[in-house]
Design a protein. Sequence first.
Length: 166
Amino acid sequence: MMRDVSAPVASLNGKTNLEHMKMLDGFAEIKEVARRYDDDRGRRYCDIFGQVTGDINITHAYPGVVTAWHAHRRQYDEWFVIRGALKVGLALPNGDGTYRWRFVSLSEYDGTVLRILPGVLHGWRNHTAAEAILMYHISEKYDPANPDEIRYSLKEVGADWSTPAK
């Protein structure tokens, strides 16, 4: 018998350790997957992104790789980690040539979608020793002749992508 587990493992209602996700106002939103089913056959996430336009893509993120920074003028991104874990960077310009940023971790255990708002610089780093798989939805079809993409260098934004020892 299949049981419906409507409340994902990772939520912001105090049931799990996602304190780092609470400081994202203006950067991103956390969305719960519409339906999650657990039974003796495994786990299924259904209707991950809700209503979709644009593209749904999958990236295999190799260990140690940083892919950052870029932003979109119009489109939003929705990210869901299928396998592994990623350190996600989000940044906003301060207006004086500097940036403020936030880092969050997304992993296969979260069961949440990170919705990155238009205008927010973003990127990721696979900080693990194994390949991670990121499935993401972009709200507009990608147009290689006119991409909705603004690129920034690691040096320009100035955020530290290392993993601090604690």
